[in-house]
Design a protein around this ligand. Structure first.
Ligand code: NAP
Ligand code: GLV
Length: 314
């Protein structure tokens, strides 16, 4: 068996770690070998953002290992083979980083850092700006998966009342946060989210979920944190919600066009913090071990964790 490899952004670290751990397997770097691929040998691929012609001629491809948690880009790939099993990463070091990212955003809003920074620029001793207590700052998380649930645990430890909303629900393994699920719970969930964090996958059901209709259902002055995907937020409706005061601010890691174009209105907006899709990155050793244990499970005839349901979109 041969594995075809293409991971956008890899400086060679991931590829060499894979080659080291799978010393007996032929791992072909798509970028080096493009013209002379022995297509019939290739049964697996390890990818992140593969180019348009990556899958051309791969008639025996059985498994595609995605070097990421989100698979929206891959599922939209025009050449994606219909029958290959797609396996994504679960956590792989990302949950801890995501928890830190969200904790920063939550503290930024709760401690009124945006207003305090503004007062500092004016050399104004703004003693009247008082933070709410953590216990009074309700956080709602859209998504209770590998990342959402870990963010919930972290924020609960810091004293925030946290609720996660998801499709089917999740039983909290640690105290301090609760899980609700289904469309009928969404209104009440949103109405009690002073800070809303989006950690949903981007699917047909979740595209554009962060829109004017949703912002209206949050408490006035709510704060949005979106490290999910840019396709979740309707950008002009987000700007309108900020202009009206319905939202007081946002911290965004993901955008409908990445990199965010230089003339985009988000850049200069005083109430938006922009980070360049860096909330959490998959760690090489964890990711390689996950990919290998999935390969071993398949070899044994077992079903590995992280298999993507193409119908559901995640
Ligand atoms: P996951 O484990 O698959 O969890 C997804 C969660 O979303 C699950 O709780 C799922 O509900 C819920 N969900 C999906 N569709 C839903 C719907 N229509 N309505 C309500 N809930 C829905 O995914 P993850 O590993 O936590 O990752 C989440 C996303 O984070 C990724 O897809 C990716 O877009 C993003 N991400 C961003 C970065 C970054 O650096 N910015 C890094 C990694 C990941 P069920 O539990 O009921 O299935
Ligand atoms: C990063 O955005 C991921 O989906 O892993």
């Amino acid at each position: 068996m041969s594995i075809l490899y293409y991971c956008d952004d890899d400086d060679g670290t991931l590829l060499s770690a894979l080659r080291q751990r799978l010393a007996d397997t032929n791992i072909i770097d798509w970028q080096d070998q493009r013209t002379q691929l022995p297509h019939s040998d290739i049964t697996s691929a390890v990818v992140w953002m593969p180019p348009a012609d990556f899958f051309d001629g791969l008639t025996r491809l059985r498994e595609i290992y995605v070097f990421a948690a989100g698979v929206d880009q891959l599922l939209a790939h025009p050449g994606l083979p219909a029958n290959a099993t797609i396996i994504r990463l679960r956590d792989a070091g990302m949950a801890q980083q995501m928890a830190e990212y969200c904790l920063y955003g939550v503290l930024h809003h709760q401690r009124r850092m945006m207003l305090l920074r503004r007062a500092q620029r004016e050399a104004r001793w703004a003693h009247e700006i008082q933070a709410d207590l953590a216990a009074q700052t309700r956080v709602g998380i859209l998504g209770a998966g590998a990342l959402g649930s870990r963010v919930a645990e972290r924020l609960a430890l810091n004293g925030y009342p946290v609720t996660c909303w998801s499709r089917t629900g999740r039983t909290p393994k640690t105290p301090g946060w609760r899980s609700v699920h289904g469309a009928e719970t969404l209104d009440a969930f949103l109405a009690s989210s002073d800070i809303l964090i989006c950690l949903l996958p981007l699917t047909t059901a979740t595209t554009g979920i962060l829109d004017a209709a949703l912002f209206c259902r949050l408490p006035r002055g709510a704060f949005l944190i979106n490290p999910g995907r840019g396709g979740h937020q309707v950008e002009d409706e987000l700007l309108a919600a900020l202009a009206s005061g319905q939202l007081s601010g946002a911290m965004l890691d993901v955008f409908s066009t990445e990199p965010l174009p230089v003339d985009h209105p988000f850049w200069a907006h005083p109430a938006i913090i922009i980070t360049p899709h860096i909330a959490a990155r998959s760690l090489v050793s964890e990711s390689v071990e996950q990919i290998i244990s999935s390969m071993e499970a398949i070899e044994r005839g077992d079903s590995p964790q992280g298999i993507v349901d193409r119908q559901r979109g995640y």
